[in-house]
Design a protein around this ligand. Structure first.
Ligand code: FES
Length: 56
């Protein structure tokens, strides 16, 4: 599933990045561009970030 349409980032790419050490939206924005254009993906990305961090 695409999370960020502007940068073509999927939930799998997001989870991979979090598994590799990303712990904040700022890091995801720097690494993948999440939320850096229209910002519509922020809420969904934040949810995935929190859910993935809880599982670790
Ligand atoms: Fe992610 Fe636009 S959908 S910045």
């Amino acid at each position: 599933m695409y999370v960020c349409i502007c940068h073509g980032i999927t939930d799998k790419q997001l989870i991979k990045s979090i598994d590799e050490g990303a712990t904040s939206m700022k890091t995801l924005s720097t690494e993948l561009g999440i939320g850096s254009q229209c910002g519509k993906c922020c809420q969904c990305a934040k949810k995935i970030l929190n859910q993935t961090l809880i599982k670790q």
